[in-house]
Each structure stands twice: as C-alpha cells, then as structure tokens.
Design a protein around this ligand. Structure first.
Ligand SMILES: NC(=O)c1ccc[n+]([C@@H]2O[C@H](COP(=O)([O-])OP(=O)(O)OC[C@H]3O[C@@H](n4cnc5c(N)ncnc54)[C@H](OP(=O)(O)O)[C@@H]3O)[C@@H](O)[C@H]2O)c1
Length: 249
C-alpha cells in the first residue's frame, strides 16, 4: 500500500457527513487506502454502520449537528491532530428565487457554507491542522459551473464555498496546507430524498448526462483520495469536476 503516492497510510482524516452517501463512501475508501478515520454525522445508527464498514484499526466517530455552534466546538475539541479534513456534510433545498424565505436561506448557508468554513477555521486555530495537511470541500458543479431551476439556495451555498476554498488555498499555502474541492455532478445518494424532485424528473435528468447515468459515491471518493494524498502534493486551490462530462455540453 505504501508504494503508491495515493496511499493514506499514517494519515488521520476527519470526514463530515460520513453517515451517508459520498461521505460514507469516502470514509470506507480512505480506510482501504490505510487512513485512520474520524467520522462525523448526526444519525448515530447510520454513522455506526459506516464505522463498522471501515477497514483497519484506530478509527473513531463523533456525533455532531454542524448547524449547532456548540456541537461544532465539541467536534473540534474531540478531534485529534489531523492530516486531512473532508468538509462534506451538506443539504439541498429546491425553491425558485421568488419564493426564497430568509429562514431557509440561513439554514442552507449554515450547513453548507458557515459550518465547513468555521470547522476549518477552528481546527486551524486549535493547531489540529498543520503543515503538510490537505483540506477538501465537497463543492458542486452547481454554483461553480452550472445553474438549474430551483437550485438558487444550494448554488449560492456552494458558490460561496468555491470562493472560500480559493482564498484559503492562497492564505494557507505558506503554511504548507493545501485546500481544494471536488465538484460532483448528480451522484446517486439520499440527498434528493427531501427535495421536490420526482423520480420521473430524475430519470429525465440522468438522460441529460453524456454517460446517460448519475455518478456513484465511490467515483467522488476516489477524487477526494487523490486530493488528500501525496499524489496531489503540488495541487492547491483546484476544483476537480467529477460529472461524467455534464459540463462539457
Ligand atoms: N449527491 C449529489 O448529487 C451531490 C452533487 C454535488 C455535491 N454533493 C454534495 O456532497 C455532499 C454529500 O452529499 P450526499 O449526496 O452524500 O448526501 P447525503 O447522502 O444526504 O449525505 C449528507 C450527509 O450530510 C450530513 N449532514 C446534513 N446536515 C447536517 C448537519 N446539520 N450536521 C451534520 N451533518 C449533516 C448527513 O448526516 P446525517 O444523515 O447523519 O444527518 C449526511 O451524512 C454534500 O455537501 C452535497 O452538497 C452531492
């Protein structure tokens, strides 16, 4: 495992949103590459399912609702010194511009934008992320490359993360800390369960992809592993688009 620059042996990595979807898959794939994981989420049953699926030893899990400032502080407090941070937890909200409500805007920004920014800032301040570390955000093609009907709140939250990622990459480069994002297209996870998009609409949407399908969570996980590993040691401030060619059209 050590022979490959993609190895994560000896690295401790915190992944948020690891109870489901892309975060769960990333945690499992990182453990296969030798990482020691600290996984976080809100749903204990599903987080424990991820925990049990991890390969190797020394992993831990920390429950935290990241929209709650005191739980976010607790996560920082309990976190060990890290070599990698994957800010992945996120939600979606489908609403046309004229129907935006301030509470909904605030909630989406709290989870998708403010929490990952503040988690990063607090871990840096606590010196739990140091030289040689890699920070990865799960951004999206939405808000960085494309627009979609009803996607205004989600796009706004991910567009802000894109701006933060680039600025933080510049700020932290002198400290030898790299900051990047993956920008997935539509990935087959539970994120759309609470949205107003019907299964018929999803089928039509999948047909708009050049590969005629949505992505799989592990196809995003492999990109995150690249950004966490020494294979990307000269890569910072980058958006890695993982969308099956959707943004080529
Ligand atoms: N799926 C896609 O098509 C797609 C495309 C582009 C980008 N993304 C991004 O990928 C990331 C993961 O999404 P997914 O598709 O894997 O969705 P998912 O299966 O719904 O997983 C979302 C994760 O975020 C966690 N989470 C949500 N609200 C939270 C909060 N307040 N505090 C702590 N954790 C919270 C959930 O934890 P609990 O379940 O424990 O509450 C869950 O682990 C998100 O940032 C999303 O925006 C997804």
């Amino acid at each position: 495992m050590n022979a490959t620059p993609f190895s994560l042996v000896g690295k401790t990595i915190l992944i948020t949103g690891a109870s489901s979807g892309i975060g769960r898959s990333t945690a499992i794939e990182c453990s296969k590459m030798g990482a020691r994981l600290v996984i976080s989420g809100r749903n204990e049953k599903r987080l424990c399912e991820t925990f049990r699926a991890l390969e190797g030893d020394g992993h831990s899990y920390i429950m935290a609702d990241l929209s709650d400032g005191s739980q976010l502080d607790e996560l920082v407090e309990q976190s060990p010194t890290l070599d990698g941070l994957v800010n992945n937890a996120g939600i979606t909200e489908t609403l046309p511009t004229q129907f935006i409500k301030q509470e909904k805007l605030i909630h989406v920004l709290e989870v998708n934008t403010i929490a990952p920014i503040m988690l990063t800032q607090k871990l840096l301040k606590a010196k739990k992320i140091g030289r040689g570390s890699s920070i990865v955000f799960t951004g999206s093609i939405s808000g960085t490359c494309v627009c979609g009907g009803g996607n205004v709140l989600y796009s706004t939250s991910k567009g802000a993360i894109h701006g933060f990622m680039k600025n933080a990459a510049l700020d932290l480069s002198v400290k030898g800390i790299r900051v990047n994002e993956v920008c997935p297209g539509m990935i087959d996870t539970h994120i759309l369960d609470n949205s107003s998009i019907s299964s018929d609409m999803l089928e039509v949407e999948a047909g708009r992809y050049p590969m005629k399908r949505f992505g799989k969570p592990e196809e995003v996980a492999y990109g995150i592993i690249y950004l966490l590993s020494e294979a990307s040691s000269f890569v910072t401030g980058t958006s890695l688009v993982i969308d099956g060619g959707f943004t080529l059209q």
